[in-house]
Design a protein around this ligand. Sequence first.
Ligand SMILES: NC(=O)c1ccc[n+]([C@@H]2O[C@H](COP(=O)([O-])OP(=O)(O)OC[C@H]3O[C@@H](n4cnc5c(N)ncnc54)[C@H](OP(=O)(O)O)[C@@H]3O)[C@@H](O)[C@H]2O)c1
Length: 238
Amino acid sequence: MSKGNVFISGASRGIGKTLAYQFVNNGFTVVGTSRTEFEYDKKLENLIPIQLDVTSRDDIKTCFNELKEQDLLPNILINNAGITVDQLFLRMKDEDWDNVINTNLNGVFNLSKIFIKNMVKNKKGRIINISSISGLMGNPGQVNYSSSKAALNGFTKSLAKELGSRNITVNCVAPGFIETDMTSFLDENTKKDLIETIPLKRLGRPEDVGKLVLFLASDEASYITGQTISIDGGLLMY
Ligand SMILES: NC(=O)c1ccc[n+]([C@@H]2O[C@H](COP(=O)([O-])OP(=O)(O)OC[C@H]3O[C@@H](n4cnc5c(N)ncnc54)[C@H](OP(=O)(O)O)[C@@H]3O)[C@@H](O)[C@H]2O)c1
């Protein structure tokens, strides 16, 4: 029997895809979504790929109705979809700002808004937002991205205060540099210099993030809410 329904945005690649497999391997039913159409290499009954752009409220509504019909509404929502469009602020185009905020922040609003109602009804739920240390410490060229991720920390705290009495926890995970497509643009020298600044002397792996997310989704984490937990090899300590 499935341990529960998990909805993961941005689950075709990188951290989201790893999360999808980790949750399935731990007995959950997973709906994994991404902006473009995709399939999982392993075809499993309880791993369902869906194409869904988190910026489209109409598509999210249609998806919600379909999941409701199939009894697949999530009790665990993982807001993972995210993009970077890096540029120094003076050169940043309006659309670079809008696209990043629309995906990384408005996307989290769109999904949380529609899926929370069922969690409130069931008096049980977990919302886990994938933020970034860029939102905690800033990063040149990432004013748009840092703003979107810093906003998630505030979103998480306020929502956690609203939903605590309904037995729903809301937390943020703030990864450092994780080996995915998002960091694949780093050349070998930059990577080497970067690793020197990380106390644990390596980049993170998607699985590292997955283990933390699995814990936050579990009953063992039922007294943790409103937190932003960094997972960055010690890069940012405060
Ligand atoms: N990698 C890192 O070092 C790092 C560090 C800190 C935080 N993070 C955060 O962790 C999360 C995952 O990052 P990642 O490195 O795994 O990224 P990734 O490998 O680039 O994958 C991004 C995922 O998000 C999806 N996505 C993007 N825009 C979307 C949209 N509008 N609607 C639906 N899905 C969309 C992509 O779908 P398509 O395949 O269709 O494009 C893809 O599945 C992001 O929120 C990112 O900001 C990553």
